[in-house]
Design a protein around this ligand. Structure first.
Ligand code: 13P
Ligand code: SF4
Length: 310
């Protein structure tokens, strides 16, 4: 899209936000021009915290994927939470249906189930507590019984939580994964590291354990941003979705921020664009709502996480 067209759409969005008393929350993987109109841009934990404190707004326009908008809606039952494209659904979230959690609990009675925030509300409602990529080890450690937790759907994040916390993590399903974070090839990443002298490698915990093991830093998207800003190294290779890296290339001009793979694109995140934000703010449609009996249970599990990770 042409710069002028981007600017026009962004101006229209600023005007609509004011008229409707709306705020825009955007995830770090959103297209850069969408991140620019965000009142807040962050990782899943930061977005949940911000949604919890969005008292003054009447409308929350959520630029991210379905489970994130659901979380914002559960924490704000009296506000309209809009998702500019209802087909922006995280495929990993679908890998853990509620029946899988029920089965896990039957197989391991009394062991708490820690649900990754990348799950749908009906699944979260069956779980004891939620975690995100930034606090999974801490939450696992805090709630473990007999030093064990049930965990899902992302087996790589489960592995990371186990390594960091020393808790035994039992994954449901056995090998849940994010298709974007599966695309990094270890040999290619090692070649890239060799070609940039004194570079450091930072990876998201949804990456395979083999990649995590050679990384200098592992963290959520917000933690990756912080690491890239603070490291003394001038060159940072990052293994995660490209939206985060594009943003860092703009905001950290003094550093070389290199994607481990430039085709690591989350198609679902990229379904949101400026035109769709304008449309949804004008029409106030595409509202995300969660049935009350499910929302009540999920709210408890999310609030437990927010308390444990504060
Ligand atoms: P973060 O919570 O680290 O932003 O991750 C969300 C996500 O979907 C990663 O793929
Ligand atoms: Fe889901 Fe992966 Fe996209 Fe994150 S990057 S929203 S886990 S598909």
């Amino acid at each position: 899209m042409q710069t002028l067209q981007i600017q026009k759409l962004q101006e229209k969005i600023y005007q609509l936000k004011e008229e409707k008393n709306a705020i825009i929350l955007a995830h770090n993987y959103q297209p850069f021009e969408v991140q620019q109109v965000g009142d807040f841009v962050g990782d899943s934990l930061e977005l949940a915290r911000t949604a919890q404190n969005a008292h003054d707004a009447d409308i929350i326009c959520f630029c991210g994927v379905d489970f994130m908008a659901e979380t914002a809606s559960i924490l704000n039952p009296d506000k309209s939470v809009l998702l500019p494209d209802l087909s922006a659904r995280c495929p990993m979230a679908a890998q853990l249906p509620p029946k899988e959690v029920i089965r896990a609990k039957e197989e391991h009675p009394n062991i708490p189930f820690v649900a990754y925030i990348n799950t749908l509300a009906e699944t979260k409602a069956e779980c004891d507590v939620i975690c995100t990529s930034s606090n999974a080890p801490k939450i696992a450690k805090a709630v473990a019984k007999d030093n064990k937790v049930l965990f899902g759907p992302d087996a790589n994040l489960g592995w990371f939580a186990a390594q960091k916390s020393g808790v035994k993590v039992i994954n449901y399903p056995k090998k849940g994964y994010c298709y974007v974070h599966k695309t990094f090839e270890i040999d290619r990443v090692l070649d890239l590291k060799d070609s940039y002298e004194n570079s450091v490698l930072a990876v998201h915990p949804e990456c395979d354990p083999e990649l995590q093991q050679i990384a200098d830093f592992i963290g959520s998207t917000a933690q990756l941003i912080k690491f890239a800003k603070e490291t003394d190294s001038e060159t940072v290779i990052i293994a995660t979705e490209i939206g985060l890296i594009e943003r860092l290339q703009y905001t950290l001009p003094g550093k070389k921020v290199i994607p481990a793979l430039s085709t690591a694109i989350c198609r679902q995140m990229k379904r949101i664009n400026l035109e769709k934000i304008v449309e949804v703010l004008e029409k106030e449609n595409k509202i995300i709502s969660v049935p009350e009996e499910i929302a009540e249970k999920v709210e408890k599990a999310i609030k437990k996480m927010l308390k444990l990770s504060s």
